[in-house]
Design a binder for this molecule. Structure first.
Ligand code: RTP
Ligand code: MG
Length: 147
């Protein structure tokens, strides 16, 4: 029993932290899957699981549940369930902040040059990609889409 925690820590340091990402339907429709994956890998992050599917309105509602009641929520749910998305588990050192950095600000117009949203996003509502905002969100979101 006393070996479990050290074993977990060693395993975590070997494999790095994990985060969750999703290429949004508009970016899939506009053929940016390759460009976005390239940017993630060039940031020295490793994709360890990946699948493509169309998520239901109910899944989109639950996934973005923290935003329920906000003015943009209905549009967000509609957009996220409007076509196929690419779901990914991403691994690396400080994976959560590292991925958020390469993704860029929510508004592509305010995102730093070279970030995924500056390159492939069109507007706040069509900003190409989702990335978990904390380790807790990452764990919840990975469990939501991957067994
Ligand atoms: P995400 O969860 O998709 O990675 O985006 P984020 O953390 O950068 O931003 P968040 O505040 O979690 O918002 C989720 C998504 O809702 C849309 N949004 N629209 N019109 C607006 O003011 C507004 N604010 C947010 C965006 O598509 C954002 O990615
Ligand atoms: Mg968010």
């Amino acid at each position: 029993m006393k070996y479990i925690l050290p074993l977990l820590l060693v395993t975590a340091s070997l494999f790095g932290d994990q985060t969750f990402s999703m290429i949004k339907p508009t970016a899939v429709k506009e053929h940016h899957i390759g460009g976005i994956i390239d940017a993630i890998e060039k940031a020295n992050l490793t994709i360890v699981a990946l699948k493509m599917q169309t998520i239901s309105k109910e899944q989109a509602e639950a996934f973005y549940g923290e935003h329920k009641g906000k003015p943009f929520y209905p549009e967000l749910v509609q957009m996220m369930s409007s076509g196929p998305v690419v779901l990914m588990v991403v691994e690396g050192d400080n994976a959560v902040p590292a991925l958020r950095k390469v993704v860029g600000s929510t508004d592509p117009k305010k995102a730093d040059a070279g970030t995924i949203r500056a390159t492939f996003g069109k507007s706040v509502g069509e900003n190409a990609i989702h990335a978990s905002d904390s380790s807790e969100s990452a764990a919840r979101e990975i469990a939501f889409f991957f067994n």
